[in-house]
Design a protein around this ligand. Structure first.
Ligand code: FAD
Length: 379
């Protein structure tokens, strides 16, 4: 058992860290305050061949494994949760389902531009009245000749207003339960597709979260992903991968908060000594380090298992649950270590704290991860 990263992964880590520290970190607070999706950052990530890390080279990707993808997501999260969230939504939710379940033609037309960084991807499962119980959706797709007509509303969809394709889940057979759900590749420029809300949030405001309305959107049957009725099975596999990326992003948020806290605690003096010398502050920082190590180990184990093609539901769920909790706790302690300055927007811990909270909600809340883990244990 080797716990060190392979050389190639370390190389990518260095590239991303350097890019993140020079190009993203300096604007991280500004884009949050401006609620601005930084398109230029995503263009540059494309130029660095990072927009399709786990996609095979023949699909336009970098041909990396999920561990490499987790390393990239962590490095982005370490400087900006918003860039990290839009990045993982693009990759594991918008791109990889087309790579995994698409035809050669769909991969060429829709996955390649995403993997090459020409386009941004998005994935629409959640609805206003169905989140945790996602299969209880109201969006329908009715067959009409060689087209489907999609009607419905999707809620909290990351990237929808900047995306070039949105994977929309809809009911094609209301009698068939889980087997009655299908996935469609929708072009947001089509008639009937409208972004009705871009939400103001407690954090992650540089990552757009949208409500979208689909009003008789017509898609050709060639845009059905996989077979009719495959939508729920695809969703479960997609979420296995997606939860690993949220775990990686959470680990990055925690690391960013930790770095800030450790530096501050060694610089800041009270009672004529650095505050890191007080047992209470030292203990907080030691605890942060322990939580991050545990989150990263679980995340890397889940990512490696996923790449090996083994069942990863338990591990991805556990990694997501643990790392998201670690991110929130570590970020909260980082605010505390900064004292009053931690409560100001001049210092990064408040942003990590606000961003971290989403990690316990998106791609299945912590309560739902407990449900998944209980089921995996046969309880
Ligand atoms: C910033 C952001 C980005 C998002 N991006 C996307 C995206 O790109 N695509 C997409 O499809 N969705 C996206 N979502 C939606 C997200 O996945 C859902 O918000 C999440 O799954 C929870 O659903 P809900 O909000 O409807 O909460 P609800 O399901 O209504 O949950 C409310 C509360 O009840 C609890 N609860 C519900 N069921 C159970 C149960 N069985 N046992 C115990 N507790 C339970 C929940 O844990 C929660 O505490 C995003 C959300 C946000 C906020």
């Amino acid at each position: 058992m080797d716990f060190t990263l392979p050389d190639e992964h370390e190389m990518i880590q260095d590239v991303v860290r350097d890019f993140a520290e020079t190009e993203i970190e300096p604007i991280a607070q500004e884009i949050e305050e401006e609620h601005r999706f930084p398109g230029e950052v995503f263009d540059e990530l494309g130029e660095l061949d990072l927009m399709g890390v786990p996609a095979p080279k023949e699909c336009g990707g970098a041909g990396g494994d999920y561990l490499m993808y987790a390393v990239v997501a962590e490095e982005l999260g370490r400087v900006s949760g918003a860039v990290g969230l839009s990045y993982v939504a693009h990759t594991s939710l918008g791109l990889m389902p087309i790579v995994n379940f698409g035809t050669d033609e769909q991969i060429e037309e829709w996955a390649r531009p995403l993997a090459e960084g020409e386009e941004i991807g998005s994935w629409a499962l959640t609805e206003p009245s169905s989140g945790s119980d996602a299969s209880d959706m109201n969006t329908v797709a009715e067959k009409d000749g060689d087209e489907y007509v999609i009607d419905g509303t999707k809620q909290f969809i990351t990237n929808a207003n900047v995306a070039n394709s949105v994977l929309v889940k809809a009911v094609t057979d209301p009698e068939a339960g889980y087997d009655g759900i299908s996935t469609f590749i929708v072009d947001p420029d089509q008639d009937g597709f409208e972004v009705t809300t871009v939400w103001d949030k407690m954090g992650l405001n540089a990552s757009p979260t949208c409500e979208i309305q689909l009003d008789r959107v017509r898609v050709h049957e060639s845009r059905l992903l996989g077979e009719e009725g495959d939508g729920w099975t695809q969703t479960k596999k997609t979420l296995d991968g997606g939860r690993i990326s949220i775990a990686a992003l959470s680990t990055g948020l925690a690391q960013g908060a930790f770095d800030a806290a450790r530096d501050y605690a060694t610089d800041r003096e009270q009672f004529d000594q650095p505050v890191s010398k007080f047992d209470a502050v030292r203990d907080m920082i030691v605890s942060m380090d322990r939580k991050i190590e545990r989150a990263r180990l679980l995340t890397h184990k889940a990512a490696t298992t996923y790449s090996d093609g083994e069942d990863v539901t338990r591990l991805s769920s556990m990694a997501k649950l643990d790392a998201s909790e670690a991110a929130r706790e570590v970020a909260e302690d980082a605010v505390q270590v900064h004292g009053g300055y931690g409560y100001t927007t001049d210092f990064p811990p408040q942003r990590f704290y606000r961003d971290a909270k989403l990690m316990e909600i998106g791609e299945g809340t912590s309560e739902i991860q407990h449900v998944v883990l209980g089921r995996e244990l046969g309880l």
